[in-house]
Design a protein around this ligand. Structure first.
Ligand SMILES: Cc1ncc(COP(=O)(O)O)c(C=O)c1O
Length: 369
């Protein structure tokens, strides 16, 4: 097997699985053969072992600190990705409820979540941005949220379209259920607003395989006993996310990313500032060449995580991608459903990555505009 050297690492703008912090990768490498005290790798030890329990507890504690979680919520590590949550949420929180669940559709992921919820019960669409090709968010005052809605489902960041809510929505007495898969931990949250928050880890928090769910305890009473075992949140709460064998490696990496956020970045306030600074560098170039780079998102709704834009022609797009690859910048092609370019600049993307891309974009515009 050939040895890959670190110097071959590119700036990786993949939308997910995505870039991880280098210190986290180095720590994984150092502990790959033997997790300290375990005599074997993290992948080879029992989830009931003292060493794994310590890893699991550490990951939970760090995430709870970053999210400032109090006693109101349970924190779960599940499998099945965010798509399983699209089903688990209505199975647990909508079945048996008198009032419909309300969905805010701001892009592709919200649409997919809605499609699954429809199979479980009554749903209402509060907003659907299809008319403007999902380039904007609704203003909260335009949403007719029912105080007795089963819940209100929102996608905080639409990964494909590159539009993002910048605040914690106030849904009043209706529980807010939020898919934060592609911007989890990118800023501090007011968790008291969230009935349920969920995120697959493979974009902003770790590798594929683990999905974080924070759920208000009061909502657990809604789950009906005849749900399939894995689908019932209560089984996971009662067994501290070990109702079945957990994704041990993914939980370990999730904990290391949380440690990096706490100790190297300094917390979510600092992370947020860094994310704003990185995104500003890229949007500035788009704004400097408005005829050449056509941003997808309405200015006020731009995502700090996924920067999406197009060119006037497909040949320019191909040329842009080829030149970027040659310059050590990879995975910039937009999602197949919308085309164009998408630069994902998640937490672990260093400022140097945003600057390198901005310099390349400015240079490319000057040569080709
Ligand atoms: C916002 C959002 N929600 C849900 C998903 C689906 O996640 P998964 O592939 O883990 O099911 C993704 C990405 O894949 C996403 O970006």
């Amino acid at each position: 097997m050939a040895t890959q050297v670190a110097s071959e690492r590119v700036f990786n703008y993949s939308a997910g699985p995505a870039v991880l912090p280098v210190p986290v990768l180095e720590r994984i490498r150092d502990e790959m053969l033997c997790l300290p005290g375990a005599g074997a790798s993290i992948m080879e030890i029992s989830h009931r072992s003292e060493q794994f329990i310590a890893v699991h507890e550490d990951a939970k504690k760090r995430l709870a600190r970053l999210l400032k979680l109090g006693d109101e919520h349970e924190l779960l590590f599940l499998q099945g990705g965010s798509r399983l949550q699209f089903s688990m949420i209505p199975m647990n929180l909508l079945r048996g409820q008198e009032c419909a669940a309300q969905y805010v559709i701001t892009g592709s992921w919200g649409k997919s979540a809605l499609a699954e919820a429809k199979k479980e019960g009554a749903v209402e669409v509060l907003f659907d941005g299809a008319e403007t090709n999902y380039d904007r968010l609704p203003s909260t005052s335009d949403l007719s949220i029912r105080p007795d809605a089963a819940y209100v489902h929102v996608t905080s960041n639409e990964t494909i379209q590159g539009i993002q809510f910048s605040d914690d929505l106030d849904t009043g007495t209706a529980p807010l259920v939020c898919d934060v898969s592609s911007d989890f931990l990118h800023r501090p949250y007011d968790m008291s607003r969230y009935g349920l928050m969920y995120a697959c880890a493979q974009k902003n928090a770790g590798p594929a395989g683990v999905t974080v769910v924070a759920i208000k305890k009061e909502l657990l009473a809604r789950s009906q006993a005849d749900l399939p075992g894995y689908m019932n949140y209560n089984n996971h709460v009662e067994n501290d996310s070990m109702w079945n064998t957990p994704p041990t490696f993914a939980v370990y990496v999730l904990g290391l990313v949380a440690q990096w956020l706490e100790e190297s970045i300094g917390g979510l306030e600092q992370m947020h500032q860094l994310n704003r600074d990185k995104a500003a560098v890229l949007y500035q170039v788009i704004d400097n060449y408005p005829e050449f780079y056509v941003g997808h998102a309405r200015r006020s709704d731009r995502s700090l995580m996924n920067v999406t834009f197009r060119f006037a022609s497909e040949s320019l797009e191909k040329q842009f991608l080829a030149g970027a690859k040659e310059a050590g910048m990879d995975s910039l092609k937009g999602h197949r459903s919308v085309g164009g370019i998408r630069a994902s600049i998640y937490n672990a993307m260093p400022m140097e990555g945003a600057q390198a891309l901005a310099t390349y974009m400015a240079d490319f515009a000057q040569k080709n505009a």
